[in-house]
Write a protein that binds this ligand. Structure first.
Ligand code: 5RP
Length: 222
């Protein structure tokens, strides 16, 4: 199977996973990226079974709306049963690296509001230790150099993602060569750097369930 076929299979499995939990007034949290896009397309097939969605990016909001799925502002909902999103890396504890699509801040906010975080990923994302994928860090533009110097002190090699502005008007530093043996501690340490908005380690709030697309089928990991 191609990587896209694995992503499609895991997105389809996510629909099967969430559909029985949905009620007429349910709000579905929706992530960002190519796997999330497949999920959005399949979600449209069951749009009569829930109220609407909250999106973690403008791109996902536009895709949801193009399918006729109502998109709510996060501040207008009380919370949500489920948030479904992809990842750039996952370890066995379902701690993630996210933000390859620069949507990490809104993804972390929506995930924080969800009762259940369902991660959908193909098997290329499964790693023993996080950090091979460069860690995205969203930064207030004027603090870019300050934050980069602090990230070097933590052992990383930050690279400015040229030409990218996040939905929040900020910039991204991709931090190479971090071996993230202690994801919670590093997530907290990077959060504490002045000028950092969010970092792409999702360990303080990991996924609750992982639907992992493999050649031998979609595996459910909890
Ligand atoms: C976007 C993300 C995505 O979930 C992550 O980059 C995975 O993307 P894809 O499903 O395209 O492989 O965190 O900010």
């Amino acid at each position: 199977m191609t990587q896209d076929e694995l992503k499609q299979a895991t997105a389809r499995a996510a629909i099967d996973y969430i559909a029985p939990k949905l009620e007429n007034d349910s709000i579905v949290g929706v992530g960002t990226g190519s796997t999330a896009n497949f999920f959005i397309d399949y979600l449209a097939e069951i749009k009569g079974q829930f109220d609407g969605a909250v999106a973690s990016s403008q791109a996902s909001a536009e895709r949801l709306k193009s399918h006729g799925i109502p998109v709510y502002d996060l501040n207008s909902v009380d919370g949500m049963q489920v948030y479904v999103d992809g990842a750039d890396e996952t370890n066995a504890a379902l701690q993630l690296i996210k933000g390859g699509g620069a949507a990490l801040t809104r993804e972390k906010i929506v995930a924080a509001c969800a009762d259940e975080f369902v991660c959908i990923a193909d098997e290329s994302k499964w790693v023993p230790v996080l950090g091979n994928f460069p860690l995205p860090v969203e930064v207030i533009p004027m603090a870019r150099s300050l934050v980069a110097r602090e990230l070097v002190k933590l052992g990383g090699d930050p690279v400015y993602r040229q030409g990218v502005t996040t939905d929040n008007g900020n910039v991204i530093l991709d931090v190479h060569n971090l071996e993230i043996a202690q994801p919670v501690a590093l997530e907290q340490a990077i959060n504490n750097i002045t000028g950092v908005v969010t970092n792409g380690i999702f360990a303080l709030r990991p996924a609750d369930v992982l639907l992992l697309g493999t050649e031998s089928g979609v595996k459910t990991v909890t």
